[in-house]
Design a protein around this ligand. Structure first.
Ligand code: ZN
Length: 412
């Protein structure tokens, strides 16, 4: 889990810090000048830029090596952001570093959380700074000023709108989430597939149409360009492929975010997917793109879920698409394309939705077996939860109803 905590600083040598920030901004700008050209593209690779500007920055500033590297990284990032905008048809002008902000890492900033102070690398050597913590927010800071956190990258910013220009530390903190073994977890199953990119046991469908559409268009264009076989065609393919990749990643990011929000809304403790290894096996070779997308989606969900204290697990998916999620009857003929109709109890629903429920149920079964019958837990459904013994608890006043009750219209 990652956090950024904003802390006001009381500094003994303000001049030194001000001068350092000034030179840092200059170094960022020098990087941009080097990386920026009118047609802009592909000039933002950090290591390439570093090679070209590092010496010059060292010679013309008093910044120490680690700060120079951080400035180059920031400059390169800014060029990259603009280049991506331009590539996607948006307008962007050359980045200009005007705000008073400087990036620090472990080597240039030493933080003593328990002593509520830090030392900061400047052009005038190390300077001391004490934390100025508002008393009324004591509890808030207490949680973070604790040795269990690891310090990551931070920034220091000068706020001019305050009297006497205050300095603020935006402290980056990180710690491993402790894995809690839930006694009575609520589980959400997720089915990944071709018709729907993802479907949850709570009845949320993620189509992923746009992703497919974009990919198809890209492949057609690539085919045409490949036939040309010229060098410029090759370069165009490369650029298009980067853009396509970025688009796909963005889309999957958004879907993963919604998926985790869906879990949060349903008080889910564990999100369950089928084991991705099996997906790879059952997918035809020409669908490798989907396998890639599933893996990416899974990574994003895992990352975002962890931040919120939700676990993500995988189960062996065998029979999850043939089994009836209502009565358990398992037969190949239950499924017909997108439709699922149980040969035994007649239960009818979308085939992927049925599979999503089974994936959640399977995890509950596995837990029950491994903890010798003590493992309880329930499956999160559209409007309630289901226990393995068939006990169904409807959500008394679901979030959706709640909003409607208060006259708020919101599409979920
Ligand atoms: Zn059935």
């Amino acid at each position: 889990m990652k956090r950024t905590v904003k802390i006001k600083l009381s500094i003994n040598d303000r001049k030194a810090l001000e001068e350092t920030i000034k030179q840092f901004k200059k170094a960022c700008q020098m990087t941009v000048e080097e990386g920026w050209n009118e047609n802009g593209l592909n000039n933002y690779k950090k290591y390439k830029l570093q090679k070209r500007v590092y010496d010059e920055i060292r010679e013309t500033t008093d910044l120490q090596a680690n700060l120079v590297v951080r400035a180059i990284a920031r400059g390169a990032q800014a060029v990259k952001g603009c280049t991506q905008l331009l590539e996607n048809g948006f307008k962007a002008s050359k980045p200009n570093f005007t705000s008073d902000s400087i990036a620090y890492d472990k080597r240039t900033l030493s933080v003593y959380l328990d002593e509520k102070r830090c030392t900061i690398s400047t052009v005038n050597g190390r300077i001391d700074a004490n934390f100025v913590l508002p008393e009324e927010r004591n509890d808030y800071y207490k949680e973070y000023l604790d040795d269990s956190w690891e310090i990551t990258q931070s920034t220091i910013e000068k706020h001019e709108y305050e009297k006497e220009n205050s300095f603020y530390l935006h402290l980056g903190l990180e710690k491993e989430n402790e894995e809690i073994e839930h006694e009575d977890p609520t589980v959400m199953g997720v089915d990944l597939g071709m018709n729907n990119l993802a479907v949850t046991s709570t009845g949320k469908f993620f189509k992923g149409n746009q992703l497919d559409h974009n990919r198809k268009r890209f492949e057609e264009m690539r085919g045409k360009l490949q036939q040309k076989g010229t060098r410029s065609a090759h370069l165009t393919i490369q650029r298009m492929s980067e853009r396509e990749n970025r688009y796909a990643c963005d889309t999957l990011h958004c879907i993963s975010k919604e998926l985790v929000e869906e879990a949060e809304r349903n008080d889910v403790d564990i999100i369950t997917f089928e084991n991705l290894k099996y997906i790879r096996e059952r997918m035809p070779k020409n669908k490798w793109y989907h396998v890639w997308a599933f893996n990416k989606l899974y990574q994003y969900v895992e990352y975002k879920a962890k931040e919120r204290g939700i676990q993500v697990k995988q189960i062996d998916p065998r029979n999850t698409s043939r089994r009836c999620s209502k009565c358990g009857h398992t037969e190949k003929n239950n499924r017909n394309g997108n439709k699922f109709k149980c040969k035994q109890c007649g239960y009818e629903l979308d085939a992927d939705y049925n599979a999503a429920k089974n994936i959640g149920i399977k995890l509950l079964h596995r837990r029950q077996k491994s903890s010798a019958g003590a493992g309880n837990g329930q499956l999160a459904l559209k409007s309630g939860t289901l226990k393995l013994n068939g006990e169904y608890s409807p959500t008394f006043l679901s979030a959706r109803l709640c909003l409607r009750y208060f006259g708020i219209q919101k599409e979920f």
